[in-house]
Design a protein around this ligand. Structure first.
Ligand code: HPA
Ligand SMILES: [Zn+2]
Length: 337
């Protein structure tokens, strides 16, 4: 069996996926048409041509504009279910998806329209595709602390169906320290904590995410590799890093996939996972990330299997569910060996 075929059938979890970043250009046109919203493109090709980014902010400007076509509960349901269908085709058995409520409530949508639509799509995916999932509310870090508290407050009626909080959007200039109090509040409420750190921001931001936000999982974390003490700390604590190779390539975090830090992260014993981030914008879903990285840096089958194990271990599933999913990985690895 080729490594590509092995990757295709390997059971895996996706832990870093912005649901708004799964909005494919075709869907953008469908939603715009049915909601009578105008978009500044005349064809799917023109949209794809605009996806040429030189940094995170370049991408975010287009990503937030794309979200304007999402208006109804049905839109959010359809967006989520389409993602799960695509993920199921990659043998993603479990996904923990981020959403950015402030992007929508700031345009006048009720929080409940977004949450109910996404939760309905998640429920249907569990029922029809057998893909389990959890929902993570991300605070936009370019906005202030008060806005983050407001988003957490608005989430109140849905908090029994929200697994955790995250921190995304423009990193540089918006350090984790800005959100220390709202993360402390989320922790008291029993929510899991994630934060994007070290995508473009310096190792100091990674340290703040660990020490001030006290995160359970780190999104990206690439620039941790510039700091020896931080590498050792991440290895010792086995902090899960949700790394996104094709995102890193498209946003120029790495110049070439051959320079990607994952092999060094694995060599240093970091608990790394592979994820798609914003697949509609970055040119690939989970299996594309595994395959393209494996090809570029020469991952072995054993390394690929370890990445899949890590994805379940790093999830917010309970220990019994984790064990069941991990057993599926071992059965697959043994059968395909
Ligand atoms: O990769 C990302 N980084 C920061 N914010 C984001 N929002 C969507 N994707 C990203
Ligand atoms: Zn992200």
């Amino acid at each position: 069996m080729s490594l590509d075929a092995y990757i295709a059938g390997l059971p895996k979890a996706e832990l870093h996926l912005h649901i708004e970043g799964s909005l494919e250009p075709e869907q953008m046109f469908d939603f715009a048409r049915r909601n009578r919203v105008s978009i500044p493109f005349d064809s799917v090709e023109a949209v794809r041509a605009a996806y040429d980014f030189s940094n995170l902010q370049d991408f975010l400007d287009i990503y937030y504009a794309g979200a304007n076509v999402l208006l109804t509960e049905e839109d959010f349901h359809d967006l989520a279910f389409a993602y799960f269908r695509r993920a199921a085709a990659d043998n993603v058995r479990h996904a923990e998806i981020f959403f950015d409520p402030q992007t929508h409530t700031d345009r006048g949508l009720p929080f409940g329209v977004v949450a109910e639509g996404l939760l309905a799509g998640m429920k249907r995916a569990e029922r029809e595709l057998g893909v389990s999932s959890k929902l993570i509310l991300c605070f936009l870090r370019h906005l202030d602390e008060h806005a983050a508290f407001d988003a957490l407050h608005q989430a109140g009626p849905w908090l029994d169906r929200i697994a955790g909080v995250g921190l995304d959007s423009s990193e540089v200039g918006h350090p984790p320290s800005k959100f220390e109090r709202v993360f402390a509040r989320a922790r008291e409420m029993g929510l899991k904590l994630c934060a994007h750190a070290g995508e473009e921001g310096p190792p100091e931001y990674v340290r703040e995410a660990l020490d001030l936000l006290r995160i359970d999982r780190m999104d990206h974390g690439n620039r941790s590799m510039e700091d020896e003490a931080l590498i050792e700390r991440l290895a010792a604590s086995q902090m899960t890093l949700t790394v996104c190779p094709l995102s890193n390539l498209k946003l120029c975090v790495v110049k070439d996939l051959r320079d990607h830090p994952v092999p060094e992260m694995l060599r240093r014993g970091l608990h790394v996972t592979l994820n798609s981030d914003d697949p509609a914008y970055f040119g690939g879903y989970v299996n594309d990330n595994y395959r393209r990285l494996a090809e570029a840096v020469g991952l072995t089958r054993e390394q690929v299997t370890q990445l899949a194990r890590n994805s379940f271990e790093g999830s917010f599933l309970d220990e019994r569910e984790k064990a069941a999913r991990l057993a599926e990985v071992e059965v697959y690895a043994a059968k395909s060996g």
